[in-house]
Design a protein around this ligand. Structure first.
Ligand code: FES
Length: 102
């Protein structure tokens, strides 16, 4: 695994999500009550940018057609067979780092 710095913690406010690039990979960062989660930014439905959507509790909603995913598990609450990848994150000096496979 490699640790890739992306943005400052202050750039992802609680209750919000955003898209970032981590070493060329699109990642959706989500702040749920101060805890940061990172998911693959590409919606499995038709490729919508999840980080451009909205966050409601632990659920991120795709901006294109509204499919939702749990940010802790990556799974759709409506269909657990469909999920996006989740990436571990950690904070270092108030900067969010995403852990990516080598
Ligand atoms: S592309 Fe995400 S819901 Fe359709």
């Amino acid at each position: 695994m490699k640790s890739v710095p992306v943005v400052k913690l202050a750039d992802v406010l609680p209750g919000h999500c955003r898209s970032v690039q981590a070493d060329g990979i699109g990642v959706a960062l989500c702040n749920v009550n101060g805890t940061i989660y990172a998911l693959d930014n590409i919606c499995p439905h038709a490729g919508g940018p999840l980080g451009e959507g909205s966050l409601n509790g632990e659920l991120i909603e795709c901006p294109w057609h509204g499919w939702r995913y749990n940010v802790r598990t990556g799974e759709r609450p409506e269909n657990h067979d469909i999920a996006v990848s989740c990436f571990p994150v950690h904070l270092k000096d108030d900067v969010i780092h995403v852990m990516l496979p080598d």
